[in-house]
Design a protein around this ligand. Sequence first.
Ligand SMILES: Cc1cc2nc3c(=O)[nH]c(=O)nc-3n(C[C@H](O)[C@H](O)[C@H](O)COP(=O)(O)OP(=O)(O)OC[C@H]3O[C@@H](n4cnc5c(N)ncnc54)[C@H](O)[C@@H]3O)c2cc1C
Length: 432
Amino acid sequence: MKREAAIVGAGYAGLACAVELARQGVEVTVFERSRTLGGRARVVHKDGWTVDNGQHLLLGAYSELTRLLRLTGVSPRWLERLPLTLHVPGQLHLRAAALPAPAHLAVGLARAHGLGWRERFALFALLRYLKRRRFQLPATTSVIDLLTACRQPAKLRNLVWEPLCLAALNTPAPEASAQVFANVLRDTLAASAAASELLIPRVDLSELFPVPAARYLATRDGRIFTRNAIAAIAPNGAGFRLDGDPGEHSWPHVVIAAAPHHAAPLLASTGACPALASQIAALSSEPIATIYLALGVGVRLPAPMIGLASGPAQWAFDRGRCGGPEGLIAAVISACREADVRDHDALIVAVLAQLERELGCRLPRTQWAQVIVEKRAAFACRPGLSRPSVVTPLPGLWLAGDYVDSNYPATLEAAVRTGVECARRIVADMAR
Ligand SMILES: Cc1cc2nc3c(=O)[nH]c(=O)nc-3n(C[C@H](O)[C@H](O)[C@H](O)COP(=O)(O)OP(=O)(O)OC[C@H]3O[C@@H](n4cnc5c(N)ncnc54)[C@H](O)[C@@H]3O)c2cc1C
Protein backbone atom coordinates (compact mmCIF):
# COMPACT_ATOMS: atom_id res chain seq x y z
CA MET A 1 0.00 0.00 0.00
CA LYS A 2 1.28 3.51 -0.86
CA ARG A 3 2.47 5.57 2.10
CA GLU A 4 -0.04 8.38 1.66
CA ALA A 5 -2.71 10.13 3.68
CA ALA A 6 -5.36 12.81 3.25
CA ILE A 7 -6.09 15.43 5.89
CA VAL A 8 -9.32 17.41 6.02
CA GLY A 9 -8.60 20.83 7.55
CA ALA A 10 -5.54 23.09 7.58
CA GLY A 11 -5.83 24.40 11.10
CA TYR A 12 -3.01 23.81 13.60
CA ALA A 13 -4.12 20.17 14.17
CA GLY A 14 -4.27 19.24 10.48
CA LEU A 15 -0.99 20.96 9.64
CA ALA A 16 0.79 19.43 12.66
CA CYS A 17 -0.37 16.01 11.47
CA ALA A 18 0.74 16.78 7.90
CA VAL A 19 4.20 17.99 8.96
CA GLU A 20 4.78 14.98 11.22
CA LEU A 21 3.67 12.56 8.49
CA ALA A 22 5.85 14.30 5.89
CA ARG A 23 8.81 14.19 8.30
CA GLN A 24 8.34 10.41 8.42
CA GLY A 25 8.24 10.12 4.62
CA VAL A 26 4.47 9.88 4.09
CA GLU A 27 2.97 11.72 1.10
CA VAL A 28 0.26 14.03 2.42
CA THR A 29 -2.56 15.94 0.81
CA VAL A 30 -4.44 18.54 2.83
CA PHE A 31 -7.91 19.84 1.88
CA GLU A 32 -8.95 23.17 3.38
CA ARG A 33 -12.33 24.79 2.85
CA SER A 34 -11.11 28.35 3.44
CA ARG A 35 -8.60 30.30 1.37
CA THR A 36 -6.58 31.12 4.52
CA LEU A 37 -4.49 28.58 6.45
CA GLY A 38 -4.82 28.38 10.24
CA GLY A 39 -8.51 27.76 10.99
CA ARG A 40 -9.39 29.35 14.33
CA ALA A 41 -5.86 30.78 14.56
CA ARG A 42 -5.52 32.75 11.33
CA VAL A 43 -4.69 36.14 9.92
CA VAL A 44 -7.46 38.63 9.08
CA HIS A 45 -6.97 41.56 6.70
CA LYS A 46 -9.35 44.44 7.27
CA ASP A 47 -9.26 48.09 6.13
CA GLY A 48 -5.52 47.80 5.39
CA TRP A 49 -4.80 46.39 8.88
CA THR A 50 -3.42 42.93 9.52
CA VAL A 51 -4.67 41.32 12.74
CA ASP A 52 -5.62 37.84 13.92
CA ASN A 53 -9.11 36.40 14.22
CA GLY A 54 -8.39 36.54 17.96
CA GLN A 55 -5.46 37.41 20.19
CA HIS A 56 -3.63 34.21 21.20
CA LEU A 57 -1.23 33.52 24.04
CA LEU A 58 1.10 30.51 24.00
CA LEU A 59 2.86 29.01 27.01
CA GLY A 60 6.35 27.66 27.50
CA ALA A 61 4.68 24.30 28.20
CA TYR A 62 3.56 24.07 24.55
CA SER A 63 6.28 21.52 23.84
CA GLU A 64 4.86 19.92 20.68
CA LEU A 65 4.02 23.21 19.01
CA THR A 66 7.45 24.66 19.77
CA ARG A 67 9.09 21.47 18.44
CA LEU A 68 7.16 21.82 15.18
CA LEU A 69 8.01 25.52 14.96
CA ARG A 70 11.70 24.59 15.16
CA LEU A 71 11.26 21.77 12.65
CA THR A 72 9.61 24.06 10.11
CA GLY A 73 12.33 26.69 10.48
CA VAL A 74 10.43 29.31 12.47
CA SER A 75 12.72 31.85 14.09
CA PRO A 76 12.52 31.94 17.91
CA ARG A 77 12.29 35.73 17.49
CA TRP A 78 8.73 35.30 16.20
CA LEU A 79 7.61 34.70 19.77
CA GLU A 80 7.92 37.36 22.46
CA ARG A 81 9.03 35.34 25.51
CA LEU A 82 8.13 36.80 28.88
CA PRO A 83 8.52 35.39 32.35
CA LEU A 84 5.15 34.48 33.83
CA THR A 85 3.68 37.89 34.69
CA LEU A 86 0.28 38.81 36.02
CA HIS A 87 -0.12 42.57 35.95
CA VAL A 88 -3.45 44.12 36.83
CA PRO A 89 -2.95 47.92 36.93
CA GLY A 90 -3.18 49.29 40.46
CA GLN A 91 -4.12 45.89 41.91
CA LEU A 92 -1.56 43.16 41.28
CA HIS A 93 1.95 42.69 40.00
CA LEU A 94 3.33 39.16 40.11
CA ARG A 95 6.33 38.22 38.01
CA ALA A 96 8.18 34.91 38.22
CA ALA A 97 11.87 35.38 39.02
CA ALA A 98 14.61 34.21 36.64
CA LEU A 99 15.43 31.21 38.85
CA PRO A 100 14.94 27.46 38.60
CA ALA A 101 11.60 26.04 39.78
CA PRO A 102 10.14 26.27 42.35
CA ALA A 103 12.24 29.29 43.43
CA HIS A 104 11.00 31.25 40.37
CA LEU A 105 7.48 31.25 41.79
CA ALA A 106 8.44 31.51 45.48
CA VAL A 107 10.62 34.57 44.88
CA GLY A 108 8.09 36.02 42.44
CA LEU A 109 5.37 35.68 45.06
CA ALA A 110 7.54 37.12 47.82
CA ARG A 111 8.16 40.20 45.66
CA ALA A 112 4.56 40.48 44.39
CA HIS A 113 2.55 43.65 44.94
CA GLY A 114 -1.13 43.45 45.72
CA LEU A 115 -1.18 40.11 47.56
CA GLY A 116 -1.00 39.76 51.33
CA TRP A 117 0.81 36.87 53.04
CA ARG A 118 -2.51 35.07 53.43
CA GLU A 119 -3.00 35.02 49.65
CA ARG A 120 0.62 34.03 48.98
CA PHE A 121 0.41 31.06 51.36
CA ALA A 122 -2.99 30.10 49.97
CA LEU A 123 -1.60 30.03 46.42
CA PHE A 124 1.16 27.65 47.48
CA ALA A 125 -1.34 25.62 49.51
CA LEU A 126 -3.42 25.01 46.37
CA LEU A 127 -0.38 23.85 44.41
CA ARG A 128 0.65 21.62 47.34
CA TYR A 129 -2.88 20.17 47.47
CA LEU A 130 -2.67 19.29 43.78
CA LYS A 131 0.85 17.87 44.08
CA ARG A 132 -0.20 15.63 46.97
CA ARG A 133 -2.92 14.23 44.71
CA ARG A 134 -0.48 13.93 41.79
CA PHE A 135 -2.73 16.40 39.97
CA GLN A 136 -5.52 13.81 39.81
CA LEU A 137 -8.98 15.04 40.85
CA PRO A 138 -12.46 13.53 40.68
CA ALA A 139 -13.83 14.06 37.17
CA THR A 140 -16.93 15.86 38.47
CA THR A 141 -15.03 18.57 40.41
CA SER A 142 -15.35 22.13 39.11
CA VAL A 143 -12.69 24.81 39.48
CA ILE A 144 -14.89 26.59 42.04
CA ASP A 145 -15.10 23.34 44.07
CA LEU A 146 -11.30 23.15 43.99
CA LEU A 147 -10.87 26.78 45.11
CA THR A 148 -13.35 26.20 47.93
CA ALA A 149 -11.70 22.94 49.04
CA CYS A 150 -8.36 24.79 49.21
CA ARG A 151 -9.90 27.79 51.06
CA GLN A 152 -8.68 30.34 48.54
CA PRO A 153 -9.30 33.94 49.67
CA ALA A 154 -11.66 36.06 47.53
CA LYS A 155 -8.87 38.38 46.37
CA LEU A 156 -6.79 35.47 45.05
CA ARG A 157 -9.81 33.99 43.32
CA ASN A 158 -10.75 37.29 41.68
CA LEU A 159 -7.29 38.45 40.66
CA VAL A 160 -5.53 35.18 39.88
CA TRP A 161 -7.48 31.90 39.71
CA GLU A 162 -10.71 32.89 38.01
CA PRO A 163 -9.07 35.00 35.27
CA LEU A 164 -6.47 32.25 34.71
CA CYS A 165 -9.21 29.63 34.47
CA LEU A 166 -11.17 31.72 31.98
CA ALA A 167 -8.05 32.41 29.92
CA ALA A 168 -6.85 28.81 29.89
CA LEU A 169 -10.11 26.87 29.66
CA ASN A 170 -12.34 29.56 28.13
CA THR A 171 -14.96 28.41 30.59
CA PRO A 172 -16.05 30.28 33.76
CA ALA A 173 -14.70 28.75 37.01
CA PRO A 174 -18.10 27.51 38.31
CA GLU A 175 -18.55 25.46 35.11
CA ALA A 176 -14.93 24.56 34.38
CA SER A 177 -13.23 21.19 34.85
CA ALA A 178 -10.85 21.20 37.83
CA GLN A 179 -9.00 18.23 36.33
CA VAL A 180 -8.14 20.07 33.10
CA PHE A 181 -7.23 23.21 35.09
CA ALA A 182 -4.97 21.04 37.28
CA ASN A 183 -3.30 19.64 34.14
CA VAL A 184 -2.52 23.19 32.98
CA LEU A 185 -1.17 24.18 36.42
CA ARG A 186 0.93 20.99 36.58
CA ASP A 187 2.64 21.85 33.29
CA THR A 188 3.06 25.59 33.97
CA LEU A 189 3.02 27.10 37.49
CA ALA A 190 4.11 23.83 39.12
CA ALA A 191 6.72 23.04 36.44
CA SER A 192 9.89 24.85 35.38
CA ALA A 193 10.32 28.59 34.93
CA ALA A 194 10.60 28.02 31.15
CA ALA A 195 7.33 26.04 31.07
CA SER A 196 5.45 28.88 32.74
CA GLU A 197 6.75 31.52 30.32
CA LEU A 198 4.23 33.50 28.29
CA LEU A 199 4.83 33.45 24.53
CA ILE A 200 3.12 36.15 22.50
CA PRO A 201 3.31 35.78 18.70
CA ARG A 202 5.16 38.66 16.99
CA VAL A 203 3.80 37.64 13.59
CA ASP A 204 0.26 36.84 12.57
CA LEU A 205 -1.09 33.38 13.42
CA SER A 206 -1.09 32.12 9.81
CA GLU A 207 2.52 33.23 9.40
CA LEU A 208 3.58 31.70 12.74
CA PHE A 209 3.06 28.02 11.85
CA PRO A 210 0.63 27.34 8.95
CA VAL A 211 2.72 29.12 6.28
CA PRO A 212 6.08 27.59 7.37
CA ALA A 213 4.26 24.22 7.60
CA ALA A 214 3.01 24.64 4.02
CA ARG A 215 6.57 25.45 2.87
CA TYR A 216 7.88 22.38 4.70
CA LEU A 217 5.26 20.20 3.02
CA ALA A 218 6.04 21.65 -0.41
CA THR A 219 9.63 20.39 -0.11
CA ARG A 220 8.42 16.87 0.79
CA ASP A 221 5.88 16.13 -1.95
CA GLY A 222 3.01 17.37 0.23
CA ARG A 223 0.09 19.26 -1.30
CA ILE A 224 -2.44 21.67 0.15
CA PHE A 225 -5.68 22.47 -1.69
CA THR A 226 -7.30 25.60 -0.29
CA ARG A 227 -10.94 26.61 -1.02
CA ASN A 228 -11.54 22.89 -1.28
CA ALA A 229 -14.18 21.67 1.17
CA ILE A 230 -14.75 17.97 1.61
CA ALA A 231 -18.50 17.34 1.74
CA ALA A 232 -18.55 13.65 2.70
CA ILE A 233 -16.34 10.62 3.34
CA ALA A 234 -17.24 7.26 1.80
CA PRO A 235 -15.52 4.05 2.93
CA ASN A 236 -14.83 1.88 -0.13
CA GLY A 237 -13.26 -1.29 1.22
CA ALA A 238 -9.61 -0.48 0.59
CA GLY A 239 -9.85 3.04 2.01
CA PHE A 240 -11.93 6.18 1.61
CA ARG A 241 -13.17 8.39 -1.19
CA LEU A 242 -13.64 12.06 -0.41
CA ASP A 243 -16.51 13.99 -1.93
CA GLY A 244 -14.75 17.16 -3.09
CA ASP A 245 -11.35 15.58 -3.83
CA PRO A 246 -10.51 16.74 -7.37
CA GLY A 247 -8.31 13.63 -7.80
CA GLU A 248 -11.12 11.16 -6.93
CA HIS A 249 -8.52 9.07 -5.18
CA SER A 250 -8.98 6.20 -2.72
CA TRP A 251 -7.13 7.15 0.47
CA PRO A 252 -5.87 4.42 2.84
CA HIS A 253 -5.75 6.95 5.69
CA VAL A 254 -7.90 10.04 6.25
CA VAL A 255 -7.59 12.44 9.19
CA ILE A 256 -10.59 14.61 10.01
CA ALA A 257 -8.93 17.71 11.45
CA ALA A 258 -11.97 19.98 11.50
CA ALA A 259 -13.66 21.70 14.44
CA PRO A 260 -16.42 19.64 16.16
CA HIS A 261 -19.33 21.23 14.25
CA HIS A 262 -17.67 20.27 10.94
CA ALA A 263 -16.16 16.97 12.10
CA ALA A 264 -19.50 15.52 13.30
CA PRO A 265 -21.29 15.68 9.91
CA LEU A 266 -18.19 14.33 8.12
CA LEU A 267 -18.10 11.35 10.48
CA ALA A 268 -21.85 10.85 10.10
CA SER A 269 -21.42 10.85 6.29
CA THR A 270 -19.42 7.60 6.52
CA GLY A 271 -22.57 5.87 7.75
CA ALA A 272 -20.42 3.84 10.14
CA CYS A 273 -19.82 6.09 13.16
CA PRO A 274 -23.23 7.39 14.32
CA ALA A 275 -22.47 7.22 18.07
CA LEU A 276 -19.14 9.03 17.72
CA ALA A 277 -20.69 11.66 15.44
CA SER A 278 -23.43 12.27 18.04
CA GLN A 279 -20.87 12.48 20.87
CA ILE A 280 -18.94 15.19 18.98
CA ALA A 281 -22.09 17.04 17.90
CA ALA A 282 -23.14 17.20 21.58
CA LEU A 283 -20.04 19.18 22.61
CA SER A 284 -21.04 22.73 23.43
CA SER A 285 -18.81 25.67 22.64
CA GLU A 286 -17.94 29.06 24.09
CA PRO A 287 -17.32 32.26 22.13
CA ILE A 288 -14.36 34.68 22.40
CA ALA A 289 -14.46 38.34 21.34
CA THR A 290 -11.34 40.33 20.47
CA ILE A 291 -11.60 44.11 20.28
CA TYR A 292 -8.80 45.79 18.35
CA LEU A 293 -8.25 49.48 19.09
CA ALA A 294 -5.67 51.46 17.11
CA LEU A 295 -4.81 54.36 19.40
CA GLY A 296 -1.75 55.71 17.59
CA VAL A 297 1.92 56.29 18.22
CA GLY A 298 2.89 56.92 21.84
CA VAL A 299 0.21 54.75 23.43
CA ARG A 300 1.72 51.88 25.46
CA LEU A 301 0.30 49.54 28.05
CA PRO A 302 2.36 49.07 31.25
CA ALA A 303 3.16 45.48 30.12
CA PRO A 304 2.76 43.52 26.85
CA MET A 305 -0.22 41.77 28.45
CA ILE A 306 -2.29 43.13 31.33
CA GLY A 307 -5.21 41.75 33.29
CA LEU A 308 -8.30 43.92 33.65
CA ALA A 309 -10.18 43.83 36.94
CA SER A 310 -13.61 45.04 35.77
CA GLY A 311 -15.59 44.29 32.60
CA PRO A 312 -16.21 43.94 29.77
CA ALA A 313 -12.68 42.86 28.72
CA GLN A 314 -10.54 40.52 30.84
CA TRP A 315 -7.13 40.99 29.22
CA ALA A 316 -5.48 43.57 26.99
CA PHE A 317 -2.40 43.02 24.82
CA ASP A 318 -0.11 45.75 23.56
CA ARG A 319 0.47 44.60 19.97
CA GLY A 320 2.98 47.41 19.53
CA ARG A 321 5.25 45.68 22.05
CA CYS A 322 4.91 42.35 20.26
CA GLY A 323 5.86 43.11 16.67
CA GLY A 324 2.68 44.99 15.72
CA PRO A 325 2.02 48.67 15.01
CA GLU A 326 2.58 51.02 17.94
CA GLY A 327 -0.62 51.81 19.82
CA LEU A 328 -2.59 48.78 18.59
CA ILE A 329 -4.36 47.18 21.56
CA ALA A 330 -6.15 43.82 21.50
CA ALA A 331 -8.68 43.41 24.31
CA VAL A 332 -10.09 39.95 24.92
CA ILE A 333 -13.42 38.75 26.32
CA SER A 334 -13.45 34.99 26.83
CA ALA A 335 -16.71 33.06 27.18
CA CYS A 336 -18.63 36.23 26.36
CA ARG A 337 -22.41 36.23 26.17
CA GLU A 338 -23.62 36.82 22.62
CA ALA A 339 -25.99 39.62 23.68
CA ASP A 340 -23.07 41.52 25.29
CA VAL A 341 -20.97 41.61 22.12
CA ARG A 342 -23.68 42.08 19.48
CA ASP A 343 -23.42 45.89 19.28
CA HIS A 344 -19.84 46.39 18.14
CA ASP A 345 -19.85 50.20 18.36
CA ALA A 346 -21.10 50.10 21.96
CA LEU A 347 -18.52 47.44 22.82
CA ILE A 348 -15.66 49.55 21.43
CA VAL A 349 -16.82 52.53 23.52
CA ALA A 350 -17.15 50.35 26.63
CA VAL A 351 -13.68 48.78 26.27
CA LEU A 352 -12.05 52.15 25.64
CA ALA A 353 -13.75 53.54 28.78
CA GLN A 354 -12.66 50.46 30.73
CA LEU A 355 -9.03 50.93 29.66
CA GLU A 356 -9.11 54.62 30.64
CA ARG A 357 -10.64 53.73 34.01
CA GLU A 358 -8.20 50.92 34.80
CA LEU A 359 -5.08 52.65 33.44
CA GLY A 360 -6.12 55.92 35.14
CA CYS A 361 -5.44 58.08 32.06
CA ARG A 362 -7.20 59.57 29.04
CA LEU A 363 -6.59 57.74 25.78
CA PRO A 364 -6.63 59.30 22.32
CA ARG A 365 -9.56 58.76 19.93
CA THR A 366 -9.39 55.44 18.11
CA GLN A 367 -7.94 55.70 14.60
CA TRP A 368 -9.42 52.31 13.74
CA ALA A 369 -11.31 49.68 15.68
CA GLN A 370 -12.56 46.21 14.91
CA VAL A 371 -14.51 43.63 16.89
CA ILE A 372 -14.09 39.97 15.93
CA VAL A 373 -16.38 37.50 17.63
CA GLU A 374 -15.57 33.81 17.16
CA LYS A 375 -18.84 32.15 18.13
CA ARG A 376 -17.40 28.65 18.40
CA ALA A 377 -13.94 29.54 19.64
CA ALA A 378 -13.46 26.60 22.00
CA PHE A 379 -15.41 23.70 23.47
CA ALA A 380 -16.85 24.36 26.92
CA CYS A 381 -14.40 22.54 29.18
CA ARG A 382 -16.84 21.17 31.76
CA PRO A 383 -16.25 18.59 34.52
CA GLY A 384 -16.56 14.97 33.42
CA LEU A 385 -16.65 15.85 29.72
CA SER A 386 -16.13 12.80 27.54
CA ARG A 387 -13.76 13.67 24.68
CA PRO A 388 -13.21 11.31 21.75
CA SER A 389 -9.81 9.74 21.08
CA VAL A 390 -7.94 9.98 17.78
CA VAL A 391 -9.24 6.51 16.86
CA THR A 392 -12.61 6.01 15.13
CA PRO A 393 -14.57 2.77 14.62
CA LEU A 394 -13.32 2.77 10.99
CA PRO A 395 -9.68 1.60 10.62
CA GLY A 396 -7.78 4.24 8.63
CA LEU A 397 -10.10 7.11 9.67
CA TRP A 398 -8.66 9.34 12.41
CA LEU A 399 -9.62 12.43 14.39
CA ALA A 400 -7.41 15.40 15.23
CA GLY A 401 -8.36 18.71 16.80
CA ASP A 402 -8.37 20.67 20.03
CA TYR A 403 -11.53 18.85 21.23
CA VAL A 404 -9.95 15.39 20.89
CA ASP A 405 -8.74 13.93 24.21
CA SER A 406 -5.35 15.41 25.09
CA ASN A 407 -5.54 16.43 28.79
CA TYR A 408 -5.48 20.05 27.65
CA PRO A 409 -8.29 22.53 27.08
CA ALA A 410 -9.04 23.87 23.58
CA THR A 411 -5.64 25.31 22.74
CA LEU A 412 -3.11 25.32 19.93
CA GLU A 413 -1.08 22.78 21.90
CA ALA A 414 -4.06 20.41 22.25
CA ALA A 415 -4.70 20.70 18.50
CA VAL A 416 -1.06 20.04 17.63
CA ARG A 417 -0.66 17.12 20.06
CA THR A 418 -3.64 15.28 18.62
CA GLY A 419 -2.40 15.94 15.06
CA VAL A 420 1.00 14.48 15.94
CA GLU A 421 -0.63 11.55 17.73
CA CYS A 422 -2.64 10.73 14.56
CA ALA A 423 0.52 10.90 12.47
CA ARG A 424 2.37 8.50 14.79
CA ARG A 425 -0.50 6.01 14.74
CA ILE A 426 -0.76 6.17 10.95
CA VAL A 427 2.97 5.54 10.56
CA ALA A 428 2.77 2.63 13.03
CA ASP A 429 -0.19 1.25 11.08
CA MET A 430 1.71 1.52 7.80
CA ALA A 431 4.65 -0.37 9.32
CA ARG A 432 2.44 -3.38 10.19
C1 LIG B 1 -10.55 34.01 19.46
C2 LIG B 1 -9.77 32.83 19.88
C3 LIG B 1 -8.78 32.95 20.83
C4 LIG B 1 -8.03 31.85 21.23
N1 LIG B 1 -7.02 32.02 22.13
C5 LIG B 1 -6.16 30.99 22.33
C6 LIG B 1 -4.98 31.19 23.09
O1 LIG B 1 -4.72 32.28 23.61
N2 LIG B 1 -4.11 30.13 23.24
C7 LIG B 1 -4.37 28.93 22.66
O2 LIG B 1 -3.52 28.03 22.78
N3 LIG B 1 -5.49 28.70 21.96
C8 LIG B 1 -6.39 29.70 21.78
N4 LIG B 1 -7.51 29.50 21.03
C9 LIG B 1 -7.84 28.13 20.59
C10 LIG B 1 -7.09 27.72 19.33
O3 LIG B 1 -7.16 28.70 18.34
C11 LIG B 1 -7.75 26.45 18.82
O4 LIG B 1 -7.73 25.49 19.86
C12 LIG B 1 -7.03 25.86 17.62
O5 LIG B 1 -6.79 26.83 16.64
C13 LIG B 1 -7.88 24.73 17.05
O6 LIG B 1 -7.21 24.16 15.95
P1 LIG B 1 -7.81 22.94 15.16
O7 LIG B 1 -6.85 22.62 14.08
O8 LIG B 1 -8.19 21.88 16.13
O9 LIG B 1 -9.20 23.45 14.55
P2 LIG B 1 -9.48 24.62 13.52
O10 LIG B 1 -8.53 25.73 13.75
O11 LIG B 1 -10.93 24.92 13.62
O12 LIG B 1 -9.13 24.01 12.09
C14 LIG B 1 -10.05 23.25 11.36
C15 LIG B 1 -9.87 23.57 9.88
O13 LIG B 1 -10.67 22.67 9.13
C16 LIG B 1 -11.26 23.37 8.05
N5 LIG B 1 -12.43 22.59 7.64
C17 LIG B 1 -13.55 22.34 8.37
N6 LIG B 1 -14.39 21.56 7.68
C18 LIG B 1 -13.80 21.28 6.51
C19 LIG B 1 -14.17 20.50 5.37
N7 LIG B 1 -15.35 19.86 5.32
N8 LIG B 1 -13.30 20.43 4.31
C20 LIG B 1 -12.10 21.08 4.36
N9 LIG B 1 -11.71 21.84 5.41
C21 LIG B 1 -12.54 21.92 6.47
C22 LIG B 1 -11.58 24.71 8.65
O14 LIG B 1 -11.78 25.69 7.65
C23 LIG B 1 -10.34 24.96 9.51
O15 LIG B 1 -9.33 25.63 8.79
C24 LIG B 1 -8.30 30.58 20.66
C25 LIG B 1 -9.31 30.44 19.70
C26 LIG B 1 -10.03 31.54 19.30
C27 LIG B 1 -11.08 31.38 18.24
